[in-house]
Ligand binder design. Structure first.
Ligand SMILES: Nc1ncnc2c1ncn2[C@@H]1O[C@H](COP(=O)(O)OP(=O)(O)O)[C@@H](O)[C@H]1O
Ligand SMILES: [Mg+2]
Length: 224
């Protein structure tokens, strides 16, 4: 089954009554358990595409189906449910909540999804252990290195075992060694959990590890 199916997607931003066309008749699909990169120069619309996939941004015309749900057609309330059930994000700036420990940051998506509370702590501990942070559970984000924060971000995205992970420049803030470690960790976990993943990245090393590469050119997605 296709996890992502986009047909003839058009997206413009409107500013001072002028339209800026960002994505034009873009087509894209992602299969189950596939890792696909989206590359391209700064400002071409990579984050815009990712945000549309996550139902975080609107689009003008076209069909966007994620996990079989046509997200252009569903009301706001259902978008929240769609996001909480189907999708996780990994961000460049990790966006950990500063007043919560690593463990709590990873538990939060499970608590939002009203998982069984007794299991939540256990599941969060297990995934943090898996990403090599079993000895950092009680550290606050300010007490973690950049590489460690990135791994907490990965743990938080993977703890609820969603079908689709959307990653926007996940290694953007890291040095080479930490980028490599994070990439290898993501790949290892993907082989185990079999999620699909769209990775927006400038990082050619990361992109080259995806199963299929694409770039946005003139508002359209081209295979590399
Ligand atoms: N909310 C917005 N309003 C108006 N223009 C925007 C908005 N968000 C992004 N843009 C513009 O859309 C283009 C694509 O942005 P973005 O998707 O963030 O690019 P990328 O992630 O490829 O660097 C950029 O030119 C940006 O300035
Ligand atoms: Mg971007």
């Amino acid at each position: 089954m296709e996890i992502v199916k986009i047909q003839n997607l058009n997206k413009s931003y409107y500013k001072n009554e002028k339209a800026f066309n960002i994505l034009s008749d873009l087509n894209f699909s992602v299969e189950e358990s596939e890792i696909v990169s989206v590359e391209g120069a700064s400002g071409v619309g990579k984050s815009t595409l990712l945000n549309i996939l996550g139902a975080m941004d609107f689009f003008d015309t076209g069909i966007v189906e994620v996990c079989g749900i046509s997200i252009g057609k569903i009301p706001e309330r259902e978008k929240e449910i769609f996001r909480s059930e189907k999708i996780s994000f990994i961000f460049q700036h990790h966006l950990l909540l500063p007043d919560f420990t690593a463990l709590e940051n990873v538990m939060i998506p499970l608590l939002i999804n009203k998982a069984n509370k007794q299991n939540v702590r256990q599941m969060a501990v297990e995934i943090l252990d898996r990403v090599g942070l079993g000895n950092r559970l009680d550290n606050f984000p300010s007490e973690l290195s950049g590489g460690e924060s990135a791994r907490v971000g990965v743990a938080r995205a993977l703890v609820s075992r969603k079908k689709l992970i959307l990653a926007d420049e996940p290694t953007g803030n890291l040095d080479r060694e930490n980028s490599r470690n994070l990439m290898n960790l993501i790949l290892e976990l993907q082989r185990e959990f079999r999620f699909s993943m769209v990775i927006v990245t400038h990082d050619l090393e990361l992109a080259s590890l995806s199963h299929r590469r694409n770039k946005i050119v003139s508002g359209q997605l081209q295979p590399i």
